[in-house]
Ligand binder design. Structure first.
Ligand code: NAD
Ligand code: ZN
Length: 266
């Protein structure tokens, strides 16, 4: 596998793996890019981004849902259809393997994701979701969860509904919405606290497959840096920044399995 990469990238992979093997507290932030190789489109990549035909302001804000709940609901139902049959790729599996390996080593590997899919969980990882869950619903008015285990029902009985028709809450008659953090909304307090703590105390912060444009999640790498951590970025199209120590400009599904190989053999 290493032979397929450029000598410069191989050297960087080895440098990163050596750094990681020597440090005990690792914090990882993943974004849409880690699920790209599973066939889930990212939000902003030019060719396949979900935003090519739709404006963010028309779909992923509370205002959009108030203005046109049917449009927003049907867009999420469409996204669920796209994601439903997708499975974890080598990058998700490598992170799960690393967390498993860390249980019997000195390392702590904390995984935080901006993704709303459940591919990290499917791969066997323990993960904190900053932006909610695609497979959960709640009332947009009283906030009570609705059919909380949508994904479980899909897995078990294939009964998940991808109907476009709006559902109303049995408690207050408000419209049911996906349990996802929209632009302008506050992140779930407990998840954010976990992420902030992990970023502030880690030795190495790894940012994988995120454009680092959406705050506050994007601020976690700055917090880690200010607290003395080294920063690694894995992204075939690296983000323009000055604070990253090691940039690995390659797909996560190629880099992460190599890490595991290197780290566990060091
Ligand atoms: P993004 O689409 O902005 O960026 C994806 C990044 O992944 C890009 O930098 C791209 O170069 C990189 N990438 C592509 N393929 C890759 C691969 N194989 N390996 C590694 N990297 C790869 O995604 P983001 O940064 O996660 O977006 C920020 C967040 O904004 C989203 O995670 C989401 O939570 C939130 N958001 C939410 C909604 C919503 O539905 N509520 C809508 C839009 C954005
Ligand atoms: Zn309600």
């Amino acid at each position: 596998m290493l032979a397929e990469l450029s000598p410069a990238l191989i050297a960087e992979v080895k440098r990163a793996a050596k750094l990681l093997a020597a440090q005990s507290r690792i914090c990882i932030l993943t974004g849409a890019g880690i699920s790209a190789e599973s066939g889930i489109p990212t939000f902003r990549d030019k060719q396949t981004g979900l935003w090519e035909n739709y404006g963010v302001e028309d779909l992923a804000t509370p205002e959009a849902f108030m203005r046109d709940p049917e449009l927003v609901w049907s867009w999420y139902q469409w996204r669920r259809q796209i994601v439903a049959d997708k499975v974890p790729n080598p990058a998700h599996h490598a992170l799960a393997q690393w967390q498993y390996h860390a249980q019997t080593s000195e390392q702590e590997v904390i995984l935080i994701t901006q993704n709303v899919d459940d591919l990290h969980e499917q791969a066997g990882s323990t993960v904190t979701h900053l932006h909610g869950h695609l497979w959960r619903n709640r009332c947009g008015q009283c906030e009570i969860p609705y059919q909380d285990q949508l994904r479980a029902s899909y897995d078990g009985q294939d009964t998940v509904s991808f109907e476009d028709e709006l559902i109303t809450c049995p408690h207050c008659n408000g419209y049911i919405r996906p349990d996802i953090v929209w632009f302008g909304e506050t992140l779930p307090a407990q998840a954010w606290e976990t992420a902030e703590k992990a970023a502030a105390k880690c030795d190495v912060f790894i940012s994988i497959g995120t454009s680092r444009l959406v705050y506050p999640a994007a601020g976690l790498s700055q917090l880690a840096k200010q607290s003395g951590a080294q920063l690694i970025e894995i992204n075939p199209d690296p983000t323009p920044n000055t604070i990253v120590d090691i940039t690995l400009a390659e797909k996560a599904g190629i880099i992460l399995p190599l890490f595991i190989e290197e780290i566990t053999s060091l």
